[in-house]
Ligand binder design. Structure first.
Ligand code: SF4
Length: 348
């Protein structure tokens, strides 16, 4: 988590200056469908979403937003493009943060109006630029350089907000390429200390989007860049949140649940380890306790290879061993391995 950034709050979620990295997603329902939207928010919250964003494309969505805001269990960012009046309306309707896209919100005067309304409501503004919405003039000014265009567009708006004496600012500048995303945020982190919302935009379906997002978000977080994350997938908000949380768990920024260390198997493996690991994953998916659990295919190297695990099993021919911190504590028949491991985890 970045410690050099300033602190803002979106509802009750702190962002920046050493706060835990929060995970965000966005609803994918029609905002006018209040029931479906609330249902999606609740499902995302159940898997650990900290902040949700909702698009407000028109007046009817704004009316629905007012009701949704009252029913949401987590803070909401109102996502506004083109129409600054919808931004003002969302602020009045209780939004916890407003996301504006400087490339399409309609110029300086409108940004000032949104800043004044946000100041009055004491909520932050996310200045969010995406590669897909950069104006041709902006790109031409930087000879088509995406990184420079994203950085310049973002900072220009930040300066307008600062001139209004407004500094509850969060910044995002996302590209759909991993390299451009990483380079853009690296540059921004040197030029500003406002908290950064990081992610790859339009990263695609889960198979590839997960990889793109993990590489970009992971590289940035390891460099101490980024305060809140969103994984953008062509998939449900729940999937986005699960991937986001898994990125944080992988980096050990979030210590929650079972971290499985399982071997790739080889000719020494005497059991169906893939099946065993899948069964274990399913049976322990709701455990919140943070433990590193090893599931290894043989007793020859198993406990040694998994020394960094808290607890684990190593299978052999028709039997296996249970070990803690690399030391064997029990020998068990193969059919008891999984149950015994789960039993030990529950009492760990
Ligand atoms: S733990 Fe044993 S079965 Fe698994 S990869 Fe290592 S040597 Fe092979």
């Amino acid at each position: 988590m970045a410690i050099y950034t300033r602190r803002i709050n979106v509802g009750d979620i702190p962002i920046g200056k050493g706060a835990l990295i929060s995970v965000q997603t966005m609803t994918k329902t029609k905002t006018t469908d209040i029931k479906a939207t609330i249902n999606q928010i609740k499902k995302a919250a159940e898997v650990g979403c900290d902040i949700i964003r909702i698009s407000i494309p028109d007046e009817n969505s704004l009316k629905a937003f007012e009701k949704i805001k009252k029913l949401s269990p987590i803070p909401i960012v109102a996502d506004i493009h083109f129409n600054y009046k919808l931004a003002i309306g969302a602020i009045l309707a209780g939004a916890d943060c407003i996301r504006i896209n400087p490339e399409n919100i309609g110029g300086k005067e409108r940004i000032i109006k949104i800043a004044n309304a946000s100041k009055k409501a004491n909520i932050p503004i996310r200045v969010g630029v995406n590669v897909g919405s950069i104006k041709k003039e902006t790109l031409d000014k930087f000879q088509g350089n995406i990184v420079d265009s994203l950085v310049a567009s973002t900072l220009e708006t930040v300066h307008i907000l600062e001139k209004c004496d407004f500094n509850q600012i969060k910044i995002s500048a996302k590209a759909s390429s991993v390299t451009d995303t990483v380079l853009t945020y690296r540059k921004l982190s040197k030029l500003t200390d406002y908290p950064l919302h990081i992610g790859v935009t339009e990263s695609g379906p889960p198979e590839t989007g997960t990889i793109k997002s993990s590489i970009a978000i992971g590289s940035l977080l390891l460099d101490d860049i980024g305060d809140t994350i969103r994984v953008s997938l062509t998939a449900s908000p729940v999937e986005e949140v699960i991937v986001g949380k898994n990125i944080l768990k992988t980096l050990e920024f979030l210590k929650e649940g079972i971290d499985i260390i399982s071997c790739p198997t080889c000719a020494r493996c005497e059991i169906d380890l893939i099946k065993l690991v899948n069964e274990f994953k399913e049976r322990t998916k709701d455990i919140k306790k943070y433990l590193k659990v090893a599931i290894m295919g043989c007793v020859v190297n198993g406990p040694g290879e998994a020394r960094q695990a808290d607890i684990g099993i190593a299978a052999g021919k028709g039997e296996g061993v249970l070990f803690k911190k690399g030391e064997i504590i029990k020998k068990l028949p193969e059919e008891d391995l999984l149950n015994s491991l789960i039993f030990e985890i529950e009492k760990f």
